[in-house]
Design a protein around this ligand. Structure first.
Ligand SMILES: *[C@@H]1O[C@H](CO)[C@@H](O)[C@H](O)[C@H]1NC(C)=O
Ligand SMILES: *[C@@H]1O[C@H](CO)[C@@H](O)[C@H](O)[C@H]1NC(C)=O
Ligand SMILES: *[C@@H]1O[C@H](CO)[C@@H](O)[C@H](O)[C@H]1NC(C)=O
Length: 464
């Protein structure tokens, strides 16, 4: 039943995205419930016959069980979301028919995709993406502070530092996150370990709902002399809309239902004046000065990344294209080699100048569409598989020192080993802000959290 609900929700979300992406990048309203989404959707889908609420009949129909044989041999059920959309646009449909069709389509798609592997993936992602209440508390407190305290609403950065944001003599880092605590650890660890913090610019991109808490946090916890910029997605004009729609369409799982994960592919447009940036995920911790990354000769390549197919840890370092892409599918097997070494997101050098001369972003969106058209049979989840495809031939391999992986799933990683890396990455389920974090690894993250801070303390976020 959970699986069914997740699928239903993700398909509905997909659907909502198509509708809302036309209007706005980050959504005019913040909808967190089906009811709210329905309110936005209802009038449009149903030809403005229903003013502002979801007709009760929709819920009734969606909750009716559907017999196993009911769908057998029927040819009138939409086979894909595209078909469904076309159908409901073409005919003057009423709420009941809409709901019946939606239910049938979702059931059909569920049957088609019911596959142990997808299920397992989804459960795993659900488990790791549930937000612990302490983090929720932190967001709420900071939002409250933002509305009551002018010192929590500073322009970030202040006017005198604005020119630095587009100045290529600075070291520019980009972090996209909707988790204030995680972002604070990345920022603090980056700045504290920098030998030239006054040359560091960190661009933090967040979503609409996290913008105020994020701004409040960094207003009240400045990391000067480093320069911190906080921006929300909806401030970033210049993102080409079709790309955003594609990105939203890709958002098919609870974990990935935010555009935050697709930000990377828009870097050249988001930072039109910058030549080079280092992109950090919000589950990394920086343990060294990162300015030498700017001295690496990228040999004309776009993406500086660590390889993940060889290395000391045979468990973590065993990833090839076949680990992420479905080579039983002719589109994949025709175009790629299953044994090509994979690389990792999390700590990447992006040469934006070189990037702008390529078709990487187009390729990325082309493959997203192909995957949607083939009902997610090219790959299942995540932004790495299309990244592997789009950056194919554009990757410059950097020393593994710069990015040690697996801290969220390799329990055997020792703390002695962890100390030897420049950047460590808690990729995997056991995020350091969750209770399931590995106890010997969490301190590498926790040392950058000030547990005596009034917000941290007030939300009962503790060292262990
Ligand atoms: C980008 O794509 C266009 C159209 O498909 C093609 O003509 C062009 O050669 C491509 N450019 C590069 C750098 O691959
Ligand atoms: C991989 O592709 C094949 C061929 O299209 C398809 O039958 C199969 O279901 C796909 N596997 C997954 C896990 O999607
Ligand atoms: C972790 O270490 C144990 C004991 O040394 C070993 O049996 C196990 O296979 C290791 N697990 C992984 C994933 O490397």
């Amino acid at each position: 039943m959970l699986f069914y609900s997740i699928l239903f929700f993700t398909f509905l979300l997909r659907f909502v995205f198509v509708m809302t992406a036309v209007d706005t990048i980050d959504g005019e309203t913040r909808c967190s419930t089906i009811g709210c989404l329905g309110k936005r959707l209802g009038p449009r889908i149903l030809g403005r016959r229903f003013e502002s609420s979801v007709p009760e009949v929709i819920y009734q129909v969606l909750e009716e069980p559907i017999g196993k044989d009911e769908l057998q041999g029927r040819s009138d059920i939409p086979q894909s979301l595209d078909e469904f959309m076309t159908e409901i646009k073409d005919i003057n449909i009423d709420a009941r028919t809409f709901a019946v069709k939606l239910r049938e389509m979702v059931t059909l798609l569920e049957e088609r995709t019911r596959n142990a592997k997808i299920q397992e993936y989804l459960y795993r992602h659900v488990a790791s993406s549930s937000i612990p209440k302490q983090l929720h508390c932190l967001t709420l407190r900071l939002a409250d502070e933002h509305s009551t305290n002018a010192a929590a609403r500073l322009q970030l950065p202040s006017a005198e530092f604005v020119p630095a944001l587009v100045d290529n003599s600075f070291f520019h880092f980009v972090l996209s996150s909707d988790n204030v605590l995680a972002a604070s650890v990345v920022a603090t660890s980056l700045v504290q370990n920098s030998l030239r913090p006054h040359n560091v610019v960190l661009h933090i991109i967040t979503d609409r709902k996290t913008y105020s808490p994020m701004q409040a946090w960094f207003s009240l916890h400045p990391l000067s002399p480093a320069i911190i910029e906080v921006k929300a997605l909806h401030h970033l004009i210049g993102l080409r809309r079709p790309n955003v729609i594609a990105a939203k369409l890709q958002a098919l799982s609870p974990k990935y239902n935010s555009v935050m994960n697709h930000i990377r592919i828009h870097l050249p447009e988001m930072f039109p004046s910058l030549n080079k940036v280092v992109f950090l995920d919000d589950d990394v911790v920086v343990q060294t000065d990162l300015s030498p990354l700017w001295d690496i000769d990228m040999k004309g390549k776009v993406n500086g990344a660590v390889e993940t197919c060889r290395g000391g840890d045979k468990f973590v370092m065993s990833k090839r294209f076949k680990s992420y892409l479905n080579f039983s599918h002719p589109l994949i097997s025709k175009n790629f080699n299953p044994n090509t070494c994979a690389w990792a997101y999390g700590m990447n050098i992006f040469d934006l100048e070189a990037w702008r001369k390529t078709n990487i972003s187009l390729t990325y969106h082309y493959w997203l569409e192909q995957n949607l058209k083939s009902d997610l049979s090219l790959w299942q989840l995540g932004t790495l598989p299309p990244g592997l495809i789009a950056f194919h031939g554009h990757v410059h391999v950097i020393d593994p020192f710069w990015h040690m992986l697996g801290f969220g799933y390799q329990e055997n990683t020792s703390s002695i080993y962890a100390k030897t890396a420049g950047v460590i990455h808690f990729n995997g389920r056991a995020k350091p802000w969750l209770e399931i974090a590995f106890p010997q690894l969490r301190p590498f993250w926790a040392k950058y959290v000030d547990f005596s801070d009034k917000f941290i303390k007030g939300c009962h976020i503790r060292a262990s």
